[in-house]
Design a binder for this molecule. Sequence first.
Ligand SMILES: [Zn+2]
Length: 291
Amino acid sequence: MEDGILRAISADGTIRAVIATTTNLVGDARRKHALSFTATAALGRALTGGALLASLASKAGQITLKFQGNGPLGKLMVDASPKGTVRGFVENPQVELPLNSLGNFDVGGAIGRTGYLHVTVDPGYGIPYTSTVELATGEVGEDLNRYLVNSEQTGSVVIVGSHLTAKGVEAAGGLIVQLLPDHCEETICRIENNVSTFGSFTFLMRRGMSLEAMLERILNGFDVRALTEVMPLRFSCKCSNERFVEALKVLPKKELVSMAQEDGQAEGRCHFCNAVYLVGKDCLLNLAQGS
Ligand SMILES: [Zn+2]
């Protein structure tokens, strides 16, 4: 099944929701970065969260999540656009931790339970703005929820998860439900009840449940209107050989010449997608002449 995202609102305008499946893009991230299981679970949740937030927060720009915790994974970053492209990386992709006491991948231990989540929203015009919250648990979902409650001053539910086996990423996805200003106490109770009976997101996915059906399930009892068609999601990076060459142009002439003569080439690796770019000797010397 292709990855997709769907946005909806309740007919009475008191709740909005966004829901996504991200199995393929999390699998892509795992292959590109040779991620451990723990790193796949952590980055997978953050990639899903980024896609969900981008869909909620920005119509034209993009959103960047930066988890800076005290755990062994180091920095974790995700970029997502409302057009359905997501990319991300962790500083130490090989880190593997024992399962936690619940038998799950120890994402909180890997990211760290102390530290910060920085969320930058670039609306596509004007100046991007960054909000920072302390990590709640390092488990990603709770941290994103804290950010939403903090920045929007309204209650929300964030579910992000993945199902990993020796075969790879078998299911990944998640949802955000956000209360809008005119909600009443009864709305909160109903949502809380729906969350407690929802079950595991990836279990429902593996049972073949569609995005629409899962949305109905989390918003059971509400008249739900889809705001969008299901839009495809994918792991996609903006890097290119041209961009790498552009980046080299800022280096001093002396350095370009020494790279050309000593290494015969310049090598660059994109943090976000791990693609390697090589620029040959002649091109380096040309750049040196141009600078
Ligand atoms: Zn890249």
